[in-house]
Design a protein around this ligand. Sequence first.
Ligand code: PLP
Length: 401
Amino acid sequence: MNNHNDKNTALKSIYDDVMLPNYAPADFIPDRAQGSRVWDKNNKEYIDLGGGIAVNSLGHSNPILIKALNDQANKLWHTSNYISNEPAISLAKKLTELTFAEKVYFSNSGSEANEAAIKMARKFHHDRGENRDEIIAFENSFHGRSILNISLGGSEIHKQGFEPLLSGIKHAKYNDIKSVENLISNKTAAVIIEPVQGEAGVHEANKDFLKSLRDLCNETGTLLIMDEVQSGIGRMGYLYGYIKYEIEPDILTSAKGLGGGIPIGATLTKNDIASSLSTGTHGSTFGGNPMACAVSNKIIEIVSDPGFLIEVQKKEELMMNLLSEINSETKTFSDLRSSGLWICCDIKDLDAFELLDRCYENGLILVTAGNKALRFAPALNISEDDINEGLGNLTKALNQI
Ligand SMILES: *Cc1c(COP(=O)(O)O)cnc(C)c1O
């Protein structure tokens, strides 16, 4: 494969020379992409059913988003937080109109959105003269890679060697209200939970559990934070996952699909909690920058349309039907789960990363969840043709093993 035409290999070898080894990316390097199709440096075509881990919500090179970005690029890039800008104001207005929230704080990533959420929760209690700084998070959860977020998270590998972690964080069992009751006290500032645990393999919270958790938080004066960084922006067939569960969080964090590939994070909350982050208490250089917000405005307009969300649910059904058919032929998977266009297949015998390489070879981009599951989080506007072709490529990959 080392001939002079192999631009993937040449670039990958430079990657290995100059980049930190914290990732182990694919052997190919994408060159361009359109919708749910990607072409690498050797011009090989792939169907993208990974969606950049639920980020490319409206596909690659979406003309509406390109126009929004270009129009904004020709007008105003950056102002600093001394001065506001129209795209940020208009995005915050939309988010408050469409959700439980009354106030919005912008940042650049999911980790930062969670950072603001936790600071907000602690400060809220502090301002009331209460000594409540503990946080309850959940086993197997994922909240990002900063010291705060690995402390919240459930993965030991993410923590090892990075100690000391943040103190005052306890881990309850997901979908087990008793385990939360055992940990919650008048020292607890907040509970942080993903409505569906994405990195852990698309495991949904039970409706009864989330309702009981909401009640428990109300009874004990604890704030409920929902990390919707991966579950939000239509991924579950709802603008945000909490809507499906018919409960409201006190604070919600959003990122990934919110920018469709442009970095943005948002922390949403109610007026009384928002007021704890008074002037000068928190900030971000790039948060709420006009370029990201201009793109995000368009994404929210499109994704919040009820007709669009119904289509997401229909495509979930199509993908799940096809995957069940594939599995009855190949018997590769021990379980198939979905929550909107967010699907996870537990693999019986094979290693997920080995299977992923086979998928790449057969022109399919996916992501994994741990090393025993494949995860699908395609563009929400993916066509049925692309779904069919992508899963056809999956069948080819599975038949090679
Ligand atoms: C991806 C993710 C994060 C972290 O987001 P970054 O943008 O990588 O900082 C946090 N929470 C959840 C649920 C995520 O899926």
